[in-house]
Design a protein around this ligand. Structure first.
Ligand code: ACO
Length: 330
């Protein structure tokens, strides 16, 4: 087994809105039901942010918590990466706004727009910066205010998504036993329009017409994405393990993107990961895109589900289409 990059997770933190919205709450104004949502997705409730609980405030809260958990101050951080598809503003990057909000030094700060892979890709990128010596202590965040791009009048979309943020501090480790064993990143841009936001970018800037036609909300071909996810996710898990020279049975905990309980269960079963080794919290948060793996990772650490020396895998897929994994000995 080879160790690719010597890094460790020094701390994690959470930033979630207070407001809980249950399936029954949604069923009061949409033609849907708790039964339908639970059976098709596994979601029971989600957190939806108020106007003052958007991407940046949630990311800031998660970052302070991760810093405290790691016993570090903002001054110790020398790289900030934020995975998000709902940046606080189109310009500048949310990571730059986060740097200012936390009072960090003038360190590199940038966003990664890889949808639900945002946190996994950000962790992989940060680990590489640390490996090459360009950084020692990175703040890695997954943060979303999906409320801003979700059509709350469209029942097939409104039920799926939630808001939130999770953060991790990735630090150089000289322990030869600790670090990243293997990572995968992939994308298929030809299938980009399976999940996309038609307007608001350079191709179709905001006009009264685009707003009236609701073109600033996500559009998704749910069934196509579902098929992609169940076929792709188990392969990524198996390929990442074999690239690292371990078996799936060696992995103590898998933290998958929380998109749909049926996708998680089917992918993990096909990959040979037993349910007790899979982190699931979609019932309480829904799909929070880039925040999802970050939130689940934090909750797993808090619950003592990851012990030193064990193998941990983060795995995600999402719009782009994108996919990614990171296998670490923690
Ligand atoms: N309540 C009740 N009925 C509904 C609802 C609802 N909320 N939403 C849709 N339906 C109806 C549809 O209208 C349809 O009715 P019809 O048969 O009369 O036409 C029926 O239910 C079936 O609809 P489908 O869309 O085919 O339902 P499906 O079983 O595929 O479940 C779902 C939909 C949950 C979205 C599923 O396709 C899925 O999870 N896809 C993957 C989504 C995903 O993982 N995206 C990740 C990326 S997101 C990102 O990157 C930001």
């Amino acid at each position: 087994m080879k160790l690719a990059w010597g890094v460790e997770i020094a701390g994690t933190g959470l930033g979630i809105p207070d407001r809980v919205v249950t399936n029954d709450d949604l069923a009061q104004r949409l033609d849907t039901s708790d039964d339908w949502i639970v059976q098709r997705t596994g979601i029971r409730e989600r957190r939806l942010g108020r106007p003052d609980e958007t991407t940046l405030p949630l990311a800031t809260k998660a970052s302070w918590a991760a810093l405290a958990d790691a016993g570090l101050t903002p001054q110790d951080i020398d790289l900030i990466i934020c995975g998000t598809i709902t940046p606080e503003h189109q310009l500048p990057a949310t990571a730059c706004e986060l740097q200012a909000a936390l009072g960090c030094r003038w360190v590199p700060a940038f966003d990664i727009a890889a949808a639900c892979c945002g946190f996994v890709w950000s962790m992989t990128t940060a680990a590489q910066y640390i490996h090459t010596g360009m950084a020692d202590r990175a703040l890695v965040v997954g943060a979303e205010y999906l409320t801003s791009i979700t059509d709350m009048e469209e029942r097939s979309m409104a039920i799926l998504f939630g808001d939130g943020a999770g953060a991790a501090i990735l630090r150089r480790s000289d322990d030869p036993q600790r670090g990243v064993l293997a990572a995968r990143m992939g994308a298929d841009g030809a299938r980009g329009r399976l999940i996309w936001v038609p307007a608001g970018g350079a191709a179709e800037p905001a006009t009264t017409r685009t707003v009236n036609e609701r073109l600033h909300y996500m559009r998704m071909s749910g069934r196509e994405v579902y098929k992609f996810a169940v076929t792709q996710m188990h392969e990524i898990i198996q390929e990442t393990a074999s690239e690292a020279g371990v078996t799936v049975a060696d992995i103590a905990l898998v933290v998958p993107h929380q998109s749909n309980l049926r996708i998680i269960e089917s992918a993990c079963k096909r990959a040979g990961v037993p349910p007790e080794r899979v982190v699931v919290n979609i019932d309480r948060y829904g799909n929070t895109s880039a925040a999802s793996v970050a939130i689940a990772l934090h909750e797993a650490r808090q619950a003592g589900r990851i012990r030193p020396g064990q193998l941990l895998m983060l795995v995600a897929f999402g719009a782009g289409l994108t996919w990614g994994s990171l296998l670490m000995r923690v």
